[in-house]
Design a binder for this molecule. Structure first.
Ligand SMILES: Nc1nc2c(ncn2[C@@H]2O[C@H](COP(=O)(O)OP(=O)(O)OP(=O)(O)O)[C@@H](O)[C@H]2O)c(=O)[nH]1
Ligand SMILES: [Mg+2]
Length: 444
């Protein structure tokens, strides 16, 4: 974005705006969408993140580079320019649009004499602000502590190397670091234990959902996952034109015409360079996607960086072992797609099998998606567990003709069988059982 437009932002900001003023620092590298695509603002996304985090961005200092400078992230000269720009606009914070190393952070901090926040810290800050449930709060606290701990460890190695690392030369600073590490380590293990407890409870809940068909909404943040959940199930969920509005999984029953429950879950959104510690600590929340029978990958079709968005979601899905899941690609916000983008959208639809163009907001194209999902749900395998009296081995034989019996145990009081059915066969089998008086009749 041109410096001029930032100057305009400074002028237009009301005097009573008491948000912290930030200047963005960004090394624009070859993988960046703005390098590969024309018309993409290299700082649009970090500005949206900053806005969500309550910062007021008034300027940006960019440098084209092949890779970040290992010590200073950008070149020394650029850092001087950053210092002057930060002074000119009266900045409080330097916002770096990448995860940076402690050494890079320290050098930028020393040059500008300002607080430095990197992309990972900013994303985690937003998560911390938006966390509502007990679980989300613990997950984000754990992620922040782990991130902090990994940096502390690196800082510590750096310091001990600087001081020659001689045995027996422990200064008070080092002792303090060790104490910090011990306290943080302890806190991390307390939080981990609490999460394990919460996950155990969730596991019991998941067990009760066995037998139902589970669908999870996944996708880039702000793509319209929650809007889609509302459109399909009528659920009253939080929908906002902000990043990371949803941090907790919410699961709703979806009334589809199939003889089993269909559950639809909304999940946390993804973004480019999603911090590793966040993915790790949101393990339980992301479990919803891992255990789903079907994923709906919701894409903002009006995004200028659509292919990058898809790619980064796919990368995160593979990090959480969901890349092999049956997935429908749902290109959303069709009502907002500019005419010039329609051809690209056609190509993307042709390129991805099982893909749809919809508007979750006005309902366009939704019927087709529902029909398709219904088809998949009807085709799915069904499972069942039964106990038959020893006298009815004829029924056990019948079950073997209708299904694949995966487990069979002869107990004192009968035969236990676990079976996997093809579509429709379970209903037939249970009808036979009912006629034999071995299952309660369906109340009409
Ligand atoms: N024009 C238009 N806007 C939409 C559509 N679907 C969603 N939106 C808007 O996009 C914004 C984000 O929608 P959400 O449903 O909150 O998106 P999300 O994917 O759940 O986002 P996070 O939970 O923050 O990751 C909101 O302002 C929605 O009103 C659509 O089909 N058309
Ligand atoms: Mg949402």
């Amino acid at each position: 974005m041109a410096k001029q437009s930032f100057d305009k932002r400074i002028k237009e900001t009301p005097a009573d705006d008491d948000r912290e003023v930030a200047v963005i620092l960004k090394a624009v590298m070859p993988g960046d969408p703005s390098v590969k695509l024309g018309g993409v603002d290299p700082v649009a996304e970090i500005m949206a993140l900053a806005d969500t985090a309550g910062l007021r961005v008034v300027s940006a200092v960019l440098q084209k580079r092949d890779r970040p400078h290992p010590g200073t992230y950008v070149g020394r000269g650029k850092l001087e320019e950053l210092k002057q720009e930060a002074e000119r606009v009266g900045a409080h914070v330097i916002l770096v649009d990448d995860p940076i190393s402690p050494a890079q952070g320290r050098n930028i901090e020393e040059t500008t004499e300002l607080r430095v926040v990197d992309r990972s810290e900013l994303i985690m800050d937003i998560f911390a602000r938006n966390a509502r449930s007990h679980q989300a709060k613990i997950q984000i606290e754990l992620a922040q502590l782990q991130y902090f701990q990994s940096r502390l460890t690196r800082m510590w190695t750096h310091l001990s190397r600087m001081e020659g690392g001689e045995v027996g030369t422990r200064g008070p600073g080092e002792t303090q670091l060790e104490t910090d590490r011990r306290i943080i380590g302890k806190k991390i293990s307390v939080l981990r234990n609490r999460l394990v407890q919460i996950e155990k409870q969730a596991h019991t809940q998941h067990k009760s959902r066995e037998g139902s068909f589970r669908i999870a909404l996944v996708g880039y943040t702000n793509a319209g996952k929650s809007t889609m959940l509302k459109r399909l199930t009528g659920a009253d969920v939080l929908i906002e034109n902000r990043l990371f509005s949803t941090l907790d999984t919410s699961t709703r029953k979806w009334d589809l015409d199939v003889p089993f429950d269909v559950l639809l879950s909304d999940t946390v959104g993804f973004i480019r360079k999603l911090p590793h510690d966040l993915v790790a600590s949101f393990h339980a929340t992301l479990m919803e996607a891992r255990e789903a029978d079907l994923l709906l990958h919701i894409i903002d079709a009006s995004s200028l960086t659509i292919e990058f968005d898809i790619e980064s979601v796919n990368r995160t899905l593979s990090r959480i072992e969901c890349d092999e899941h049956h997935t429908l690609m749902i290109f959303n916000k069709l009502d907002q797609v500019a005419d010039a983008q329609l051809i690209d959208l056609q190509h993307l639809l042709a390129e991805h099998g099982d893909s749809f163009a919809v508007s979750a907001a006005d309902g366009t194209g939704i019927e087709k998606v529902i029909e398709h999902i219904l088809g998949i749900a009807q085709l799915r395998e069904e499972r069942g567990e039964y106990q038959l009296p020893h006298s009815r081995s004829d029924l056990a034989a019948r079950l073997r003709t209708l299904a694949t019996v995966e487990r069979e145990e002869f107990l004192d009081d009968g035969i236990f069988l676990e079976a996997r059915f093809e579509s429709g066969q379970k209903a037939r089998w249970e009808k036979a059982l009912r006629e034999a008086g071995l299952l309660p009749p369906i109340s009409s």
